[in-house]
Design a protein around this ligand. Structure first.
Ligand code: ADP
Length: 397
């Protein structure tokens, strides 16, 4: 059985075709600049050179047509015929409180997704465009929606309520939802497998550190708390997002700088984070290079970034009454030995000790704690696409 995994952004469409017999990626790629000048498709087959096809894509339907053409292409395709695609799995950012797991997409599900648009105005509309395009072009292929928020639906109320008037939760659904759920679920399950333990007996803290970043507390395989909240802005310092700040800063800035709601949103989402702090870049490689060259702002930025992660590790250890394993994943978590080292530094009395030699690795599954460390520290490269494909295959079987 082959599953096509689709992840649609406002002007992009990422895909992977996965053979579920061996869970190998047959082909993958990215259609970018959809609806903008210069749209192109980058398509890759395992073990062969990447092809780049430049062609106008007016919308997500055009993009999906190009993807399917590439998949069945005689020279660089992966399958002979579209009938070899048994199901499509869609990444959907926000499932609100309606979805605590993946679901087969029906008209009812689509309606529920439309109702979640208010909660994720930037993300859910392109996700829906991707679903509609697939339904038009592959009308008889079953589709599944896999939600970024679903894994966190097990959080207790005390983790997800904000101390605002309770009516606002009832009226608008203002609460913590949490994101990156597919990644936190995958890496926590994988960590248990690597450790040879039953996940039900483990308390795990997962650190997903990419452009967006979040930490989750996973107790017995269930998310019990996470740093992202009502939107993906809360919690850690990110590439361009500020994470936690005193909410009183907002009315203060509105008055002092004469900013409106959209200015503030832009400031907090696009101009803050490690970019805003250092004035250098949102890309961690640039920050690490600058810090290594002695740039004071970069050094301070790194310290501030890592301290925030450390604080949440402490908070979640207290919340779960201990921790058995800490997992690092996503672009920075998988690649930056500097960040992993700085986050774990000084935690020896809490039973967390990493081995500097083992830590010097990029993008590989590995236990990086010392033999004596009570808490295991691991790098687990995330694989959200595989998780989406597994859920899709399980639901359509
Ligand atoms: P997203 O999927 O959220 O866009 P990724 O998980 O790809 O993000 O992570 C992107 C981040 O990972 C960027 O800040 C990038 O600088 C960082 N990154 C990638 N490779 C390295 C590396 N070798 N060392 C340090 N940081 C890295």
């Amino acid at each position: 059985m082959n599953v096509l995994v689709i992840n649609c952004g406002s002007s992009s469409l990422k895909y992977q075709l996965i053979n579920m017999e061996n869970e190998q990626v047959m082909a993958k790629g990215l259609a970018e600049r959809i609806g903008i000048d210069g749209s192109r498709l980058k398509h890759e087959i395992e073990g062969r050179d990447k092809v780049v096809i430049e062609k106008e894509m007016k919308n997500h339907k055009d993009a999906l047509k190009m993807v399917l053409d590439a998949l069945v292409n005689e020279d660089y395709g992966a399958i002979k015929d579209m009938s070899e695609i048994s199901a499509v799995g869609h990444r959907v950012v926000h499932g609100g409180e309606k979805f605590s797991g993946s679901v087969v997409i029906t008209d009812e599900v689509k309606k529920a997704l439309e109702e979640c648009i208010d909660l994720a105005p930037l993300h859910n509309p392109p996700n829906l465009m991707g679903i509609n395009a697939c339904q038009e072009i592959l009308p008889n292929v079953p589709m599944v929606g896999v939600f970024d928020t679903a894994f966190h639906q097990t959080m207790p109320k005390s983790s997800y309520l904000y101390a605002l008037p309770y009516e606002l939760y009832e009226k608008y659904g203002i609460r913590r939802y949490g994101f990156h759920g597919t990644s936190h679920k995958y890496v926590s399950q994988r960590a248990a497998e690597i450790l040879g333990e039953n996940i039900e007996n483990l308390k795990i803290i997962t650190c997903h550190l990419g452009n967006g970043a979040s930490v989750a507390a996973v107790d017995g395989g269930k998310s019990v708390d996470t740093t992202m909240g009502f939107t993906p802005l809360e919690g850690l310092i990110m590439g361009t997002r500020c994470g936690d700040i005193d909410p009183a800063i907002l009315p203060f800035l509105m008055e002092k700088e004469n900013l409106n709601a959209s200015d503030l949103s832009n400031l907090m989402n696009k101009k803050s984070g490690i970019l805003g702090l250092t004035g250098i870049s949102s890309d961690f490689r640039d920050i690490e290079d600058a810090a290594a060259a002695g740039d004071e702002k970069a050094i301070l930025g790194l310290e501030t970034y890592c301290k925030k992660i450390k604080k949440y590790i402490g908070a979640y250890m207290a919340e779960m009454g201990g921790v058995d394993a800490i997992v690092f994943t996503a672009g920075i978590g998988e690649n930056s030995d500097v960040v992993r080292k700085e986050v774990c530094k000084g935690l020896e009395r809490l039973g967390i000790e990493i081995d500097e030699e083992k830590n010097k690795v990029r993008g590989q599954e590995r236990i990086i704690s010392t033999e004596n460390s009570k808490v295991k520290v691991l790098i687990v490269p995330t694989n959200e696409e595989l998780m989406i494909a597994r859920d899709t295959a399980a639901l359509v079987k």
